[in-house]
Design a protein around this ligand. Structure first.
Ligand code: MRU
Length: 350
């Protein structure tokens, strides 16, 4: 059964409410931009590419509510919508990439004064991003599947699957492609505290795809690698700097260090829209800090003494030198660095 994480249907945005998984498959029907903002902020929709496409549809919802008559008024309304959605979460650059594309619709059609036509062009742009996500995820899958050999045991963290994109995935997309090629392999999924995207979401979708999966606590990764149980690590990314330094879910950096120590290849799988070439290296990537309750509580049950201090960065940065390769839809960046990133991306997105 396909997973439709983000879908525009009957003039509304339909999202899987990922906070309810794996216990229930429930949907959120977004009819206004505020609902989209909330869904992004509370991680009902999450994962960098899915956030980007959802935000594009959020802008479209706002444009569709516009009752004015002039291009300039609509342009201001769309610009405000983009500024508003940009405050939902700071790290995944796909959000800003998608908003930028929606805003640029006006610049791309300078002579267009019809509000109805401009609304249609905004819809076309959001739809194009949706279709591109479907296409590039499958292309990354094709580029990356060769790195999974028969009977490999691969590790992943967080969820970089169908639930993090519109329907297929980046790191898990590579696994789906290998599975479609009938390569037998199994997955170790790190649970991914504090919000358990690995335990709740990755296991849910891999089981649906009938790919064998074992969940482990994050703290078990070193032991699993030391015992020789892992042949490769595959993760997604939220923002990749010009030199290949990669921000992804907190705990990714730990895995990269462990992988280096145990001589296990470490692959990042991400579309070109996840690169931010305006940032020279990982030090410039903004890291979201989330509410302390996510750390002091486990699935809404308090596990730390009332009033204790907590620290909750949602992402970390893995230095490029720890990454074996970055798999993009444009090709594989081996030994990522400024030159190899430029060579594969060829600058034309940015
Ligand atoms: O906080 P989340 O669940 O949005 O974090 C998601 C991740 O870190 C993913 O690995 C990343 O966005 C890549 S998804 C294809």
């Amino acid at each position: 059964m396909p997973i439709n994480t983000v879908k525009w249907t009957r003039n509304e945005l339909k999202l899987i409410d990922q906070t309810k998984l794996p216990d229930a498959l429930k949907y959120i029907h977004c009819r206004d931009i505020q609902t989209v903002w909330n869904a992004i902020r509370r991680l009902s929709v999450r994962g960098a590419p899915a956030i980007g496409v959802a935000a594009a549809y959020g802008v479209l919802l706002e444009a569709n509510h516009f009752k004015g008559k002039t291009r300039d008024e609509l342009m201001i309304r769309v610009d405000e919508a983009c500024s508003y959605l940009a405050t939902a979460r700071p790290t995944a650059v796909n959000l800003f990439y998608a908003l930028d594309r929606m805003n640029k619709v006006f610049a791309k059609h300078p002579g267009e004064s019809s509000v109805a036509v401009l609304k249609k062009l905004l819809k076309d742009e959001a739809m194009a991003m949706y279709e591109e996500d479907r296409r590039v995820c499958r292309q990354m899958g094709q580029h990356g599947a060769k790195f999974i050999k028969p009977h490999n045991r691969v590790m992943t963290i967080c969820n970089a699957g169908a639930l993090a994109t519109v329907d297929y995935g980046t790191a898990l997309g590579v696994m789906y492609a290998a599975h479609e090629q009938a390569v037998p392999f199994q997955v170790y999924a790190c649970e991914t505290r504090p919000l358990l995207q690995g335990a709740r979401l990755t296991t849910w979708e891999l089981r649906k795809a009938k790919i064998p999966v074992t969940v482990i606590c994050d703290s078990m990764a070193a032991t699993v690698m030391k015992r020789g149980l892992i042949d490769a690590v595959f993760t997604g990314a939220d923002r990749i700097a010009a030199n290949g330094d990669t921000a992804n879910k907190i705990g990714t950096y730990n895995l990269a260090i462990l992988a280096k120590h145990h001589k296990v290849p470490f692959y990042v799988v991400a579309p070109s829209s996840t690169f931010d070439l305006t940032i020279a290296n990982g030090d410039g990537i903004p890291i979201e800090e989330r509410h302390h309750d996510e750390v002091t509580h486990f699935r809404h049950v308090r596990v730390a003494p009332r009033g204790v201090k907590a620290f909750n960065p949602a992402f970390d940065v893995t230095e490029a030198k720890l990454i074996t390769a970055i798999i993009t839809e444009r090709g594989v960046i081996v030994k990522p660095g400024r030159a190899s990133v430029n060579k594969v991306l060829r600058y034309d997105k940015i």
